[in-house]
Design a protein around this ligand. Structure first.
Ligand SMILES: [Zn+2]
Length: 300
């Protein structure tokens, strides 16, 4: 009996991380969205001893899931060898890499529904990709794909909480006015991509925060968005986890510290519904510490 109880406890506190070494297999020199974001974080998770982590390779997303969020033309465009914009290069096999990242989001959703603590640690990120366009380092909208999958497979109310410092414009584009879906995005404004100054449609709630907002104030806004998410009474929550509102991130001007990411993880653990998180941005060399702090909050 004691052994069984210990095993159960162990099972419940383990963090299942979906990651694949191939997500570090493409890069453009000097680009901030770089392979070390994944390799250094995997290394950190492997060498730390605070939480039990199980790394699992995800399967690529099937077409049916991609096509709920994107047009066929967009999927075909990912294989055409031309850059998408100045920030978003074409890479050979980027279509395959993006499909793997979307597959990890789906796997994380499935694991969360099975009662597991879970995180998708993959590149490329997704929350700027719209239904028809790759932009902002993003090719496929991993979060919208997973949210639409949740709604197509039994969820009545699926919420997205996006704490990346940039507005989740792609998630908004795809989920706008979708019955059963809601987006709560907290982001620096003004900042890239220049959207998200106000709410959109009847289900996209935006929380623009001025640059250099003190941590305490930023956390109040994060809490307000979380309170509103709770009022929505979701039966599943997807978290677009970007770590670029961090005080020393090179791409934005906000003020969060590792303990704020711990607090966010802890807050989601307390929701009492399946929660899955997927990596979006986060460009400082401290990213591995920030991810670990967040996972500890989700787990401990
Ligand atoms: Zn970002």
């Amino acid at each position: 009996m004691i052994v069984a109880a210990l095993n159960e406890q162990d099972e419940g506190s383990r963090m299942k991380v979906f990651t694949h070494e191939k997500s570090a297999s493409y890069h453009r020199p000097g680009h901030p969205e770089r392979p070390a974001r994944i390799t250094m974080t995997v290394e950190k998770l492997r060498t730390q001893t605070e939480i039990p982590v199980q790394c699992v390779r995800p399967e690529p997303s099937p077409n049916v899931a991609l096509l709920r969020a994107h047009t066929q033309e967009h999927l075909a465009r990912l294989s055409e060898p031309m850059d998408f914009d100045a920030d978003t290069p074409y890479f050979p096999n980027i279509a395959e890499r993006a499909r793997a990242s979307a597959g990890a989001a789906l796997a994380a959703l499935k694991a969360a529904r099975g009662g597991e603590a879970t995180f998708s640690l993959m590149r490329p990120p997704g929350h700027h990709a719209t239904r028809t366009e790759a932009m902002g380092f993003c090719y496929l909208s991993n979060m919208a794909i997973a949210t639409l999958e949740a709604l197509a497979t039994g969820a009545k109310r699926a919420a997205v909480y996006d704490f990346d410092v940039h507005h989740g414009n792609g998630t908004e584009d795809i989920l706008l006015n979708k019955p059963g879906a809601a987006l709560f995005s907290i982001h620096q404004f003004p900042c890239y991509p220049g959207t998200g100054a106000r709410d959109a449609g009847d289900n996209c709630f935006n929380y623009p925060v001025p640059p250099q907002t003190p941590r305490k104030e930023y956390r109040k806004v994060l809490q307000r968005a979380l309170d509103r998410l709770k009022e929505f009474k979701p039966d599943v929550v997807g978290v677009s986890a970007g770590f670029d509102a961090y005080a020393r991130d090179p791409l934005a001007q906000e003020t969060l510290e590792a303990e704020d990411y711990y607090w966010l993880g802890e807050s989601f653990r307390g929701l009492g519904v399946p929660v899955f998180s997927i990596l979006e941005g986060g460009y400082s060399d401290d990213l591995p510490d920030l991810v670990l702090a967040y996972l500890k909050g989700l787990t401990l």
